[in-house]
Design a protein. Structure first.
Length: 316
């Protein structure tokens, strides 16, 4: 993966982390969660297209091998976190748990199901659908298909009742495929070798624009918070940072950031469970101390999972 985009994974995972941290007078950073989810769907489409374009175009792409690689990369971690949740929560094996095992929970428009167990795993449920259709979507990037996908999204957005915004616009795999598909389009644009004026400072400008969008997020219509408002900034954000020629990119490519970036997926999968445990076990400590403890514990657990679980699986 491009180094700058790799490091940005950690930045946006921490935004999702803050969306799940609500303690005393400190409310959850809801905008960070929605923004982070959009970023990761866009990035997945972008990175997979960059990785497999030559194989798909050359006719050497192996669909089974591709799915097996995706499965091996994410599913063991999912099962580990799901097992940990089962032990910690002392819950039984019920329908939501079984749906989580097979990553089918995001297809059910019921928050007690799609946010059940390790609730962040709904993302994997929707992402695996994008993996399933990736080679077919990659071959269908044209003006007609782009208009169809975006048009279908707009129709769904307008018809979605407000009490189903999460179930349909935020979680549903068919709808989240739109973000993934835009990521595929971004890769096509990126590979055309476009030139961006004033790249050195454009990254800083985009960060300012992102902060503005995050600030106005609470005042936006609920239907537009899930993706459209963030498309406006994250689309150029990914394209510009993929070039890696700005002042921020130099910082993102430093070794500490790359090390933290390697922990992004275990951090994402474990943070909500660990935050819940710490908030329950340490209810009286100051906000800053609680936040520091949650971050430190989550990073430590993520490092252990990466080093002693994921890396060992790779060797096997």
């Amino acid at each position: 993966m491009i180094a700058t985009l790799q490091s940005l994974r950690f930045v946006f995972v921490m935004m999702i982390f803050m969306s799940h941290f609500a303690y005393r007078d400190m409310g959850a950073f809801d905008a960070g969660g929605d923004c982070g989810v959009v970023f990761f769907f866009l990035l997945s489409g972008f990175v997979l297209s960059l990785r497999y374009e030559n194989e798909i175009r050359g006719g050497t792409f192996q669909y089974g091998k591709f799915l097996k690689r995706r499965f091996r990369k994410l599913y063991p971690l999912h099962l580990l976190c799901l097992s940990f949740f089962l032990v910690v929560s002392k819950s039984g094996i019920d329908l939501p748990f079984l749906l989580n095992i097979f990553l089918l929970q995001s297809w059910i428009p019921d928050p007690d199901i799609y946010f059940s167990c390790n609730s962040v795993s709904w993302f994997l449920s929707s992402l695996f659908f994008c993996y399933l259709v990736f080679p077919f979507a990659f071959r269908r990037v044209s003006v007609r298909w782009v208009l169809f996908v975006i048009g279908a999204y707009i129709v769904v957005l307008l018809l979605t009742p407000y009490d189903k915004v999460n179930a349909i616009l935020y979680v549903n795999p068919l709808v989240r495929f739109t973000d993934f598909y835009i990521g595929i389009i971004l890769c096509r644009i990126y590979e055309r070798g476009y030139e961006v004026p004033a790249q050195k400072w454009l990254e800083l400008l985009l960060i300012v624009v992102l902060i503005v969008v995050l600030t106005i997020y609470p005042y936006m219509d609920a239907k537009f918070r899930n993706a459209p408002i963030f498309w406006l900034v994250l689309i150029p954000f990914i394209l510009v940072f993929a070039k890696g020629k700005g002042v921020v990119s130099k910082w993102l490519c430093q070794k500490p950031m790359m090390m933290l970036a390697s922990l992004s997926m275990p951090l994402f999968m474990t943070h909500q469970i660990l935050i819940g445990i710490l908030l329950h076990r340490l209810p009286q400590i100051p906000v800053v101390a609680m936040l520091f403890a949650c971050v430190l514990v989550t990073l430590a657990v993520s490092w252990c999972i990466d080093r002693y679980f994921l890396r060992q699986l790779e060797r096997l």
